[in-house]
Design a protein. Structure first.
Lengths: 567, 142
């Protein structure tokens, strides 16, 4: 190993400090320096919405270790022997001389730091679209500690009443929750027809419905075309369709762009982000790059994708930290874009490919299913989960999994992520041995049940039809026979009210005469989650009906209008 | 070479238009000009150009961005490749790149555009033979 190896790290938020800490653990003698533009280090930036929303009040917790020590330069020096230069900007990289020119943003002092190995962790910057009025007071992003402080102050002062969140992605939805909990009336404006694009539309719609059941509102397929000001301050936003919303606060959350300028000017290979190999090494063998500034290999599609996620930043930092010391030993094999977010009482998560993404990428031969169920037995207070699994039709290999609902979504997405990592198939999951006891899950975990239903579908035991397709048929005035197989009480409580016939599953055997006498007529069976719907379909098929389908996920997964209350 | 390809150059800066018109015409392209987003949409519908080179900051700061969105939503123009050539990101606080929603374009070049680089992007967008695009420019595929 080189003696007094100099490892220089540009960026001190997530990936940078992780690389530094790992490098230190691998080499106690290396000279390790972090150059950080922001005043703080190792900020838990994914925690900002929860600070704004009042889940905790002590700002220092965002920059503390679990034992309560603030991660400042003194901490880095004492605990890790790492020099951390905050409020210091890396201005340029001289690859020939292996130096980085830096400038202290407070004193203006310039200095040049030499390296043997350089790690670039310059992160990403929020996309700020050139919308007229975007520089008004009251228009902000939620990206930096300063942004978090600004929004938290709005919560604490309680004078601002309305907020518009531009963008219904992960950050947008988390910000929506934070601001509603901060006491504001929030409107989310999303340009695409749905929020949370990692979900398929029918699951995203359920999240949207949940938000709309609060005081917050979601507007899709519309966009902010102007921020309207009064005396330099934001007073409202104008939307593409002409609507005007009065608001004193707007948070722009339409995505981030990798900070690639330094790398680009140094002549490193850059695409949409800095290009790296699976050692996190750039086109210069002495330079690694990690975190939000890089493009990442997608483990299913093989494409290069942007994946600005905090967990990946830390994983990549760990890999680069090892490789900067040991040479290219450690590997980061890429991402399957696993993510999860909390939106009020709902959680939404996904891993791998959605059906939409798979089809867009040209996967033609895929199978998918939506299933609804509870995350625990009813007697343990089980809460609804709606899951969707996507698999390759030929091999059964699981390509993706999504889950939304008020139950424990994260655990199921986690299981599915490991299944995809392990390249497991639907039939592997059918008999998965997962932990079971009533406080934690039903005897058959929702992930397993989803695999069962998908297997039924793949084997042709069940002909599924999605809620979206049923809705389209109804809207088109198609002649369908909708069979609701629930009990009368459930029916009174909530129903489609789309001309359906209620025959409880228990009565179906003796009431077959009430069904269409044309055995080829399209019959769609469902219940609350479509388990009874599935059983009803089996019964009808056994009695000669030939065009029987099960509405996947039943009424729980139905994202459109439902009627509640006594008929 | 088959029929000459038509390129619509959209920019409110007459110098930029003049320079790039010359560069493109010398390279064998036919060039039409528009000066703001609205004119761009009108000409795109009537002229059906093979390619649009689009500025962002024109009548309003986001004029070109909204024009790109409108082009993509109109059946008549949605397939026309768009190359954005802009200095928008040099103006704080703007920070934007090719993006399915906000800036649905095929390529993104920061001003000033080096002629060689612009021509490479043009050839690539038109599906013509290209050599490797020089490094040091920002570009992104949709």
């Amino acid at each position: 190993m080189d003696s007094a190896h100099r490892i220089l790290i540009i960026g001190g938020s997530a990936a940078g400090p992780k690389a530094a800490a790992k490098a230190r653990r691998m080499d106690q003698h290396a000279e390790i320096t972090i150059v950080q533009k922001a005043p703080d280090l190792s900020m838990a930036s994914c925690g900002y919405p929860y600070y704004v929303g009042g889940f905790f009040d002590d700002r220092r917790k965002l920059i503390c270790t679990p034992t309560g020590v603030v991660r400042d330069p003194t901490f880095f020096m004492n605990a890790k022997g790492i020099t951390a230069l905050t409020a210091t900007e890396a201005v340029s990289i001289d690859r020939g001389a292996r130096t980085v020119a830096c400038r202290n943003l407070i004193t203006g002092e310039r200095r040049t730091l030499a390296y043997d190995k350089l790690v670039i962790a310059t992160g990403a910057t929020p996309v700020v679209p050139p919308i007229p009025g975007i520089d008004l007071d009251g228009v902000t992003t939620l990206h930096s500690m300063r942004d978090a402080d600004f929004l938290r102050r709005i919560r604490d002062e309680a004078t601002v009443k309305n907020a518009v969140v531009v963008g219904g992605g992960l950050i947008g939805m988390e910000t929506c929750e934070a601001l509603e909990l901060a006491g504001l009336k929030v409107t989310v404006v999303e340009m695409m027809p749905q929020v949370l694009l990692f979900l398929d539309p029918e699951l995203a719609k359920l999240v949207e419905n949940h938000v709309n059941s609060r005081t917050a509102k979601v507007i899709t397929s519309n966009a902010v075309t102007e921020f309207v000001g009064k005396d330099g301050k934001l007073a409202g936003v104008r939307l593409k369709d002409g609507t005007e919303l009065a608001t004193e606060l707007a948070v722009v959350a339409v995505g981030v762009r990798p900070n690639v300028r330094l790398a680009q000017e140094a002549g490193l290979e850059v695409g949409r982000g800095i290009k790296v190999n699976d050692h996190m090494q750039t086109s210069d063998p002495d330079i690694y790059a990690v975190g939000d500034c890089v493009v990442v290999h997608h483990r299913i599609t093989g494409e290069s994708v942007l994946a600005p996620l905090g967990d990946l930043a830390n994983l990549q930092g760990r890999v680069a930290g090892q490789n900067a010391v040991l040479g290219n030993r450690a590997i980061f094999p890429g991402t399957i874009l696993t993510c999860v977010c909390k939106v009020f009482d709902y959680t939404a998560g996904a891993t791998g490919l959605s059906e939409t993404a798979a089809r867009r990428l040209g996967y033609e031969e895929i199978v998918a299913v939506v299933v609804a169920g509870l995350d625990k037995p009813p007697f343990m207070g089980g809460k609804p989960l709606i899951t969707k699994m996507v698999a390759d039709a030929a091999t059964g290999r699981v390509l993706g999994f999504q889950c939304v609902g008020t139950g424990d979504v994260s655990k199921r997405v986690g299981y599915a992520a490991m299944a995809i990592h392990g390249q497991l198939t639907v039939s592997d999951l059918v008999n998965a041995d997962l932990p079971y006891a009533p406080p934690f899950s039903p005897a058959l975990d929702p992930l397993i049940v989803t695999a069962h239903v998908l297997e039924n579908k793949m084997f042709g035991r069940m002909k599924g039809i999605s809620c979206t397709e049923v809705k389209a048929k109804l809207d088109a005035g198609e002649d369908l026979f909708l069979l609701d197989a629930r009990g009368p009480d459930e029916f009174q409580e909530m129903r489609l009210d789309a001309g359906e016939t209620l025959i409880p599953l228990g009565a179906l055997r003796r009431r077959l005469a009430e069904l269409p006498q044309d055995k080829a007529k399209e019959i769609i069976c469902y219940c609350k989650i479509s388990l009874r719907g599935y059983e009803a379909a089996g019964l009808l098929e056994a009695h000669g009906w030939t065009n029987v389908k099960v509405m996947e996920g039943g009424l729980l997964a139905w994202p459109f209008r439902k009627v509640t209350g006594t008929r | 070479m088959t029929a000459r390809k038509n390129i619509l150059v959209v920019d409110d800066d007459p110098d930029f238009v003049e320079i790039n018109k010359t560069i493109l015409e010398t390279s064998g392209y036919q060039v039409a000009v528009a000066h703001d987003g609205q004119e761009c949409l009108a000409r795109a519908r009537t002229d059906k150009p093979d390619l649009i080179i689009l500025d962002i900051m024109m009548k309003t700061v986001g004029d070109g961005m909204f024009a790109a969105q409108a082009l993509r939503q109109d059946q008549a123009t949605k397939a026309i490749p768009i190359i954005v050539v802009t200095g928008v990101n040099q103006v704080p606080p703007f920070n934007i790149g090719p993006d399915d929603g906000w800036l649905p374009v095929d390529a993104f070049i920061e001003k000033p555009a080096v002629p060689q680089v612009l021509l490479e992007h043009v050839r690539r967008a038109l599906g013509q033979a290209t050599t490797r695009i020089e490094r040091g420019t920002q570009s992104g595929a949709r």
